[in-house]
Every structure is written in structure tokens, then in C-alpha cells.
Design a binder for this molecule. Structure first.
Ligand code: ATP
Ligand code: MG
Length: 392
């Protein structure tokens, strides 16, 4: 009796028009996340079936739990649509489980199969009652035995693992994530991936004010979220010159406001260059002076591209909980300075004014500086292991 993995799709059912692209993208993403295994994937409109070596099935299920677009994952017996075989494997499956009560749930998707679902439930239940000491409990059974009779085969399973849900990464196109070494932006990236957005990352560094460790930490974070969205490109922006100019030319209370306006300008320009449709960042309302609503509007004013802030309305504790769940927290709290923390003024403005921001920016030629900075951006792909290692 062959054991395989059966997959139930995520939010697909409500989005019929996108079904094909959803399934195709999901298929590619699954293959990508399982490339170390020898697997065969078959798919239809409602299910995907993965065949692999039996001893690797559990490990594969673990991997699949990080793939967005899946709703449920089960390891099941795959058998022919034949009543004797169904009886035999139902008995085998139920004997593998622990418990004293059971219920049978037959789904007859193949209407050509001659026995209706209710009758199948009774037939299989009576076989089990005869051959074991188990009892039926239709309300609160210890063991729920599912029998899915589909066109070519029947699938028998008990436990269903809940998957992460969301949309397959890529079906919404690309977004540019402003990735710092903090707690918030990797979580923002994870949430964007969950909605089907493929991400590339932009990291602003200001050596020698920021260290190599700070950069490595960001690359490490990208590597951690890679397991949810395939390889990730990290574009490293040399921000020193702009940052030092701001430090020299701008009243210190407006330093962060202007710095972030520069970051946004660069993010938009580079996002366009990389064919990203949106900017994503880890801003959270009220967290710091630059994230009050008035600060956000003065900063946001310099770009036209939509800016998505997945954790905008989360409490810090909620963000931390998610960071722990996805595995970025321990890396995020490593103590390396990033460029924001070094150039922090004592009293940053909480209610900045657009006119003043514009005035302060006039005193230096930021457009040229931005062009120069963008030209010097370097890219590291988390998949290019060798190049990546040089940085670690
Ligand atoms: P923390 O988790 O400590 O709040 P943070 O990374 O969120 O750290 P903030 O100062 O709150 O830092 O910055 C808000 C957002 O701006 C970040 O979530 C990130 O998206 C972006 N950002 C800040 N600094 C950088 C940087 N050096 N490179 C890229 N993006 C940055
Ligand atoms: Mg933050």
C-alpha cells in the first residue's frame, strides 16, 4: 500500500478566475522548496499529490508547512477505487491510531463509484466494529478516518496538518522590502510573502558607522525568511555619504525625517528598476518619532508608489510573537547598530512640517547624491551560497 502526501489548497476556492495561475505557481514553489528530495507531483483542480520515498514523507511535510498557499497537508494511503481494498486499508490505518472511538467520513468525489458516501461510512464502520474493539462516536470521536474517493484513486487518512494558508509567493508580483536588522521588517516581509508577494530586499548601510556584523545580520535574516519565499535578493545601499551630508546640513531634530525621505526616494527608484510594484517596510504606528501619523505622511509624501506596512497596526508584543514563530527574533535582537540608531538626535520632531522638510532638503544636492548612491548598490542573492558566504 503506497503512502503519499495529499495537499489541500488555500484560499483558492474563493478565487476561481485565478485557479490555474494559483496552482501553477504553487506547484513551482513546492518543487523549489523540495528540490533536495526526489519527488513526483501530480495536481488537479482541488488537490495536489506528492510521491516521495516513504522515509522522507514526514520531513517533506515539515517543509511544506512553510509554503504559502496550502491549507491542509495529510500523509495518506493511496489505493484503487475498490471496496475490498478500501476496507483493508481503512482497517490498517485505524489500527495504527490510538483511541477507543471512531467515525468514518467518506467523500465520494467520483460519482461513478457505485456506493454512496453514507453507505460507505456504514460498510467500513461495520468492518472495523467486527475486527477491532473500537466503538463508533459520531460527535466526538478519538479517531476520524477520512476516505476520499476520487476519479483515479482513493485516499485514506486520519490526521490533517494545518498549513500556513495565504497565497503562493509570486502570484501578486514583486515588492521591495526595506529590510533592517530590527525585529519588525523581517516580520513585515513574512506577512507580504504570505499574501503572495515575491520580495526583494533593500538594506541601507553606512560604513564605518555601521559594522560588517550589522550587514551580516541582515543577510542572515533574509536567509531565514528565504524558507517561506524561495531565494531572496538583498540589495545593499551605500548610504554613508547621504547620511553624513544630512548630519552636517540639516537641523538635528529633522535629521531622521529627511533621512527617511531619502530612503523612500531611493527605495522607489530602485523598486521601479527591479520591476517591483510596491514598497514594504516594518513601520508600526507610534513606535518611534518617525512613525507618528504626521511623520509618516511627511515621509510618504516623496513617493508615488504604494507603501505597504504589514505590521503598522500590530503591538510590539504581537510582532515579537510572530518573529519568534518564524524564527527571526533571536537574530534580530543581536546587538549590532544599524544606521538609524547611530545618527539618532536627542529630540527628533514628532510633528514634522512638510514645508520645513522641503526647505532643509534644498541646501544640498540630494538628487545627485541619490543617483550616485543607487549606482553603487550591490546585490547578494541568498541562493548564491558562495558569494553569500564571503559576507558571513
Ligand atoms: P525595530 O524592530 O527595532 O523597530 P526597525 O528595523 O523596525 O527596528 P525602525 O527604525 O523602526 O527600525 O525603522 C522602521 C522601518 O524602516 C524598518 O522596519 C525598515 O523597514 C525600515 N528601515 C529602517 N532602517 C533601515 C535600514 N538600515 N535598511 C533598510 N530599511 C530600514
Ligand atoms: Mg520598528
Amino acid at each position: 500500500m503506497e503512502k503519499i502526501i495529499l495537499i489541500k489548497y488555500g484560499e483558492l476556492t474563493t478565487k476561481k478566475a485565478n485557479r490555474n495561475i494559483f496552482i501553477k505557481t504553487l506547484n513551482e514553489n513546492i518543487l523549489n522548496s523540495l528540490k533536495r528530495y526526489d519527488v513526483k507531483i501530480k495536481k488537479d483542480r482541488v488537490r495536489m499529490y506528492i510521491e516521495a520515498k516513504e522515509e522522507e514523507l514526514e520531513e517533506i511535510v515539515k517543509k511544506l508547512k512553510n509554503v504559502f498557499g496550502l491549507h491542509g497537508i495529510v500523509i495518506c494511503y493511496k489505493i484503487h477505487n475498490n471496496i475490498e481494498e478500501i476496507q483493508k486499508s481503512s482497517l490498517k490505518k485505524i489500527k495504527e491510531e490510538i483511541g477507543t472511538t471512531f467515525k468514518i467520513n467518506t467523500k465520494r468525489a467520483d460519482k461513478e463509484f457505485p456506493i454512496p458516501s453514507m453507505e460507505m461510512n456504514n460498510k467500513i464502520a461495520s468492518t472495523i466494529l467486527k475486527e477491532t474493539n473500537l466503538k463508533v462516536d459520531v460527535h466526538n470521536p478519538d479517531i476520524m478516518l477520512h476516505i476520499e474517493i476520487r476519479k483515479d484513486f482513493t485516499y485514506i487518512y486520519t490526521k490533517e496538518e494545518k498549513a500556513v494558508g495565504g497565497y503562493p509567493v509570486g502570484i501578486q508580483g514583486k515588492g521591495m522590502l526595506m529590510l533592517s536588522g530590527g525585529i519588525d521588517s523581517p516580520v513585515a516581509g513574512y506577512l507580504a510573502l504570505k499574501r503572495g508577494i515575491k520580495i526583494e530586499c533593500l538594506y541601507f548601510e553606512s560604513p564605518p558607522h555601521t559594522s560588517l556584523e550589522a550587514k551580516n545580520k541582515v543577510l542572515e535574516l533574509a536567509k531565514i525568511i528565504e524558507k517561506f519565499g524561495g531565494n531572496i535578493k538583498v540589495h545593499i545601499v551605500p548610504f554613508t555619504k547621504l547620511q553624513e551630508t544630512i548630519y552636517k546640513e540639516v537641523p538635528h531634530e529633522y535629521m531622521i525625517t529627511i533621512m527617511r525621505r531619502m530612503m523612500y526616494r531611493i527605495a522607489e527608484k530602485y523598486a521601479q528598476k527591479r520591476k517591483c510594484k510596491i514598497i514594504i517596510n516594518g513601520e508600526s504606528i507610534g513606535q518611534v518619532a518617525s512613525q507618528t501619523l504626521s511623520s509618516m505622511s511627511v515621509i510618504n509624501e516623496v513617493v508615488k508608489m504604494p507603501v505597504i506596512r504589514p505590521v503598522a497596526c500590530f503591538d510590539k508584543l504581537e510582532i515579537i510573537e510572530l518573529a519568534q514563530k518564524i524564527g527571526t527574533y533571536q537574530t534580530s535582537i543581536l546587538p549590532y547598530e544599524d544606521c538609524c540608531t547611530i545618527f539618532v538626535p536627542k529630540h527628533p520632531v514628532i510633528n514634522p512640517c512638510i514645508q520645513k522638510a522641503k526647505e532643509y532638503e534644498k541646501v544640498f544636492d540630494y538628487e545627485t547624491l541619490i543617483e550616485e548612491t543607487i549606482e553603487k548598490i550591490e546585490t547578494v542573492d541568498t541562493e548564491e551560497k558562495d558569494k553569500y558566504k564571503e559576507y558571513l
